[in-house]
Ligand binder design. Sequence first.
Ligand code: GDP
Length: 529
Amino acid sequence: MMTKQNSEIAKRRTFGIVAHPDAGKTTLTEKLLLFGGAIQEAGAVKSNKIKKSTTSDFMEIERQRGISVATSVMAFDYAGKKINILDTPGHKDFAEDTYRTLTAVDSVIVVIDVAKGVEEQTEKLVEVCRMRKTPVIVFINKMDRPGKEAFDLLDEVEQKLFLKVVPLSWPIGMGDRFQGVYNLFEERIVLFRPDNKQGRPEETIEFTDLEDPGLVRLIGQDAADELREEVEMIRGVYPAFDREVYLRGGVSPVFFGSAVNNFGVKELLDCFVRIAPPPLPRPTEERQVEPNEEQFAGFVFKIHANMDPRHRDRIAFLRICSGTFERNTNYLHVRQGRKLKFANPTSFMADRKEVIDAAYAGDVVGLYDSGNFKIGDTLTEGEELHFKGIPSFSPEQFRRVVNGDPMKSKQLAKGIDQLMDEGVAQLFTRGVDNAQIIGTVGALQFDVIQYRLEHEYGATVIYEPINLHKALWVSSADQKALDAFAERRRQQIALDKEGRMVYLAESAWTLQMAKDNHPEIVFHQTSEF
Ligand code: GDP
């Protein structure tokens, strides 16, 4: 018999939506929540978009970051499943946040704008999914607008995202002539009706035989001819959908729709609950952790500072990987080697949050934290486990940090330490001169750091430009060779916050030279290798 715990876990579907900004992620999220009854009306979900990429308005950045706490996890029930959507910032400067959030999901929906096709940010994010073999569903959005031909778009997805695709629905026309989709799986036509704000049921008509004359009456001769021809082609070109292959990340089903018009969203959701994986096992350095284990284990994948100056605490987001997490229960903080308990573990719903007594593998809970956690920390019932797959990524922007106020050096050190633990950026200390260098994925973080150091820690940081191209972790099977390399390249060697050796390359050329001259050294793009 299934225990309560295991039947709860079997119901969980935890996923993330990724997209290039403006593709329609927020709109789609909102429509999904509407179907789940988690919100009553459109407009309830705030975009977490950092709209400005200029540096002038720090408060605005902070305000918008604040919003993204509220939308960090959105849970709702649908068709007997408990669905957790983990929000991912679309702005490229916050890509690392998104990469880390992807460590906490079991599957992903990728939203693509039919007119723009596959965009840069989508490529990067899907690459991270591919690395982990995360199952991906593709939603082609904005079909009410003129865009690329469906076949071309699928080719683009295959070529740029390296995903094998199988269309499960097929558009009938697009833009002005968009009439709906043919659901290839269920062999029925779903008619498009614009402006379906409240998500009324879509009008669907069975068509097991596309030669049925009723088809011409329904969508017109031209569209019918086109659809028949295209469906024949699809059946010839693409394999039949196989859930097992999808679950291995080997094939991605594709849907077409229009999120803003609430079209195709229910189909996507209905398919999602049928095929998407329940909580998956997760690797630790010691062993694989299975969701149904009796004992609880989980890891912190995101830390959010509280924007309210009266409450200095932060919220650490914990993905539960096995068992049941309970309120007011002692758990082992593995890195610190001590027990902690939580009086107010919080679940985040679309428009509210609530303290929970228990949460299960697949869920995400927010833990109020006064500085105990850093990204990647593990909590267990006592076992010494270290979850893998939460690496830092090689940064691309660098500044040297200098203390702007000698009276406040302690505050500066503490602030930098905590911000780095939150995963805002990475700190490297260069061996030769002890220079402190902050590396980030995007330029916006430098402003966030400066602003927060000042407002939360009372410290002043001055940035000095530093001529660096990349920071890469280095290792070698031969310790002597690594020592010799570090000695010869002393000027370019630094340690990250965990004491791992990093090579600071001034240019692509010097990096290439170092690689050519030292074949015995391996250069890593991520801190986990
Ligand atoms: P995000 O940046 O990916 O979260 O994108 P948003 O959900 O904020 O959407 C960006 C813009 O596209 C907004 O103005 C939406 O109203 C619009 N949009 C979203 N879905 C559709 C759609 O299906 N058709 C059209 N025409 N516009 C859409």
